[in-house]
Design a protein around this ligand. Structure first.
Ligand SMILES: O=C(O)CCC(=O)C(=O)O
Ligand SMILES: [Fe+2]
Length: 374
């Protein structure tokens, strides 16, 4: 046997497992004691994070995401805060939100409950595995484990929140109190989202139409909108330069409110570079989703982001994705279209997004690109 072949067999012994093992997720894999990243997770060289990781350590230290103090949005500083908000959504598609007012206990219970969920025996977690995109609860791995050729280093728990009374009986009954923590958290996140949406509509010059003339009654639609909580679990990774926790993607909805722990990992694309979002304790990372880009007729940007993994720490993040009701058409607001600003996107809805992602491997901003009028 040639030396190269025997090395390949050794590597295989070390990392690779039967294909079905990968369906059980990275937590399971990591707990089995692997010391190498199996081939299933190794990205083509051009998609690996290695180069930008170094780039990021040495380069552009001044680049900070805009920070919005939620208290300023509520008080006499509102118009200044609205300008910052508009600029953040135009230039970065992201901002950090401090002073959000959600009780720390609600956040702590949700984070701790999520950590304990991922520590449950695999058999317990696997009860919630489903390939049905409409399931009220879905435990899984990678991005789309039925389609992805290369898997990413993430397990997830998705909780659909609409209507709460209908979905609740399906949510995990273990760990104890998890359901209650998730209910409390989802309600608080929704409340915050609605306040931010009101600010966003105002920053786009649409709030008069909303509150005074009742022209679209948009806020009502947002109140009845969809909410999906995604708990992401990224176990530590023995060779983090070969893989990603999440590949570059944009979020489909209107706004995402993301809680990240103190472990860095989230990167956004800005000016053609990947920039790490520094965690700020007790804050949310908020980002514009595809639906808001469409609704704003392209003024606010749904920006690509991805997640790096690291060799020392596992990481948890909790995303609350919000949008209009699932069957509602999303379209550029008529108020934002005129001769100088023609309509730039086709109508879309959540169902067409789900059809799209279940029929192909989502890459970057493909879905949004498919909604653009040329
Ligand atoms: O884990 C993160 O920081 C980002 C998660 C994310 O992008 C998502 O859930 O869509
Ligand atoms: Fe995302």
């Amino acid at each position: 046997m040639s030396p190269a072949m025997s090395t390949a067999i050794e590597a295989n012994k070390e990392g690779d497992q039967p294909e079905s093992q990968y369906q059980k997720g990275v937590k399971h894999l990591w707990d089995s004691g692997i010391t190498r990243v199996p081939n299933k997770y190794i990205l083509p060289a051009s998609d690996r994070p290695g180069l930008t990781r170094d780039d990021n350590q040495s380069g552009n230290p001044n680049l900070k995401l805009p920070v919005i103090d939620f208290a300023h949005l509520q008080g006499s500083n509102r118009s200044h805060a609205l300008n910052t908000l508009a600029k953040a959504c135009e230039e970065y598609g992201f901002f950090q939100l401090t002073n959000h007012g959600i009780p720390s206990e609600v956040i702590l219970n949700m984070v701790e409950g999520s950590k304990r969920f991922f520590e449950l025996p695999f058999e317990e977690r696997s009860k919630y595995m489903s390939t049905d995109m409409y399931a009220p609860v879905r435990y899984g791995t990678s991005f789309n484990q039925n389609k992805d050729r290369v898997f990413c280093w993430r397990d997830f728990l998705k909780l659909s929140c609409q209507p709460l009374s209908g979905v609740l009986p399906f949510w995990p009954s273990s760990p104890v109190d998890f359901r209650q923590s998730a209910v409390d958290y989802s309600k608080q996140a929704k409340f915050l989202y609605l306040a931010l949406t009101e600010a966003i509509l105002e920053s786009l010059g649409l709030v008069e139409a909303t509150t005074k003339n009742n022209e679209y009654d948009s806020l009502k639609e947002f109140q009845d909108g969809s909410q999906l909580i995604v708990v992401n679990c990224y176990p530590s990774c023995p060779e983090p330069d070969l893989t990603l926790g999440m590949p570059p993607h944009s979020d489909y909805g209107f706004l995402t409110l993301l809680l990240q722990d103190e472990v860095k990992g989230l990167q956004i694309q800005h000016d053609g570079r990947w920039v790490t979002v520094e965690p700020i304790p007790n804050s949310f990372v908020v980002n514009v989703g595809d639906h808001l880009e469409i609704f704003s007729n392209g003024r606010y940007k749904s920006v690509l982001h991805r997640v790096l993994v690291n060799p020392l720490n596992s990481r948890i993040s909790i995303a609350s994705l919000h949008s209009l009701p699932v069957n509602k058409t999303v379209q550029p607001s008529p108020k934002l279209i005129d001769e100088t600003n023609p309509r730039r996107y086709k109508d879309t809805n959540f169902a067409s997004f789900l059809d799209y992602i279940s029929s192909c491997e989502p890459k970057g901003k493909n879905f949004l690109e498919s909604r653009k009028l040329t």
